[in-house]
Design a binder for this molecule. Sequence first.
Ligand code: G3I
Length: 302
Amino acid sequence: ATTLGAQAAASGRYFGTAVAAGRLGDSTYATILDREFNMITPENEMKWDTTEPSRGSFNFSPADQIVNHAQAHGQRMRGHTLVWHNQLPSWVGSITDANTLRSVMDNHITTEMTHFKGKIYAWDVVNEAFADGSTQHRGSVFQNVLGNGFIEEAFRTARAADPSAKLCYNDYNIENWSDAKTQGVYAMVRDFKSRGVPIDCVGFQSHFGSGGPPASFPTTLSNFTALGVDVQLTELDIAQAPTTAYSNTVKACVNVSRCAGITVWGIRDSDSWRSGDNPLLFDGGGNKKPAYDAVLSALGGG
Ligand code: G3I
């Protein structure tokens, strides 16, 4: 095949990108999006600060714009993200009572998932809950007020809200098998699977430096799938987009049967959150970079 999405589909996978609602009107952007990608993650539009800026008052309009675009163009959606310590409105961060926070969190999950029910392939239920360099959770209002059980609570609530959506835990710096953070997330998934806490997938954000993934990335992916979950590369970008680094990353997924797909975190370098790093597959003018060809060929095409 000659596009990323079609070539990924040839092995039963998807190839996605983060999308900003505000860019859908840019015809260069939309043309590449609809030609190359068959999965979409809203870059910011499903986050708590946008969807529930004040308690009980929900705004799904920006995300609806993206979902409508996806439905009109045969693209599936990843939902990102329900419970995260960033882009969290201050009214949530100032809750100190556990019963209040539990009901606020559960209501947020249930209301957002119900709004999009049937339209989301996989949700990042909890994002970035582990501390860097540690096997433990990071501090956050959820951790500090609800304790370790908040992640389990979120996943159980999510399963009840939309039983047909895949439920993912998503994080960065969990690609290197020997990192403490990787081991912490692995232990959580193993515990969830052993106790029947619903979890279907782990998202490896894959924000890499120019060297690309750590050598142990394939080991990490296969060790997680051995626990009985899918793995996905959810926010891939690589400083300076070296062809070898991109190729190694894509091959790490392709070589693991339960690696369901890859999402890059933006279309053109000018769309990236990493300004100056030029970490994506298209340049600011929308031209394919050498990394594009490396990815297409690592997917088995070109
Ligand atoms: O929308 C406002 C705009 O109204 C305002 O004028 C402007 C002034 O700063 O800010 C705009 O909001 C920005 C928003 O992106 C939309 O462009 C925020 O400041 C900015 O902080 C926010 O950055 C996002 C970042 O998450 C925030 O944490 C990036 O776009 C987004 O790519 C990035 O994505 C995260 C993933 O969700 C989780 N993993 C890491 C990844 C990279 O940081």
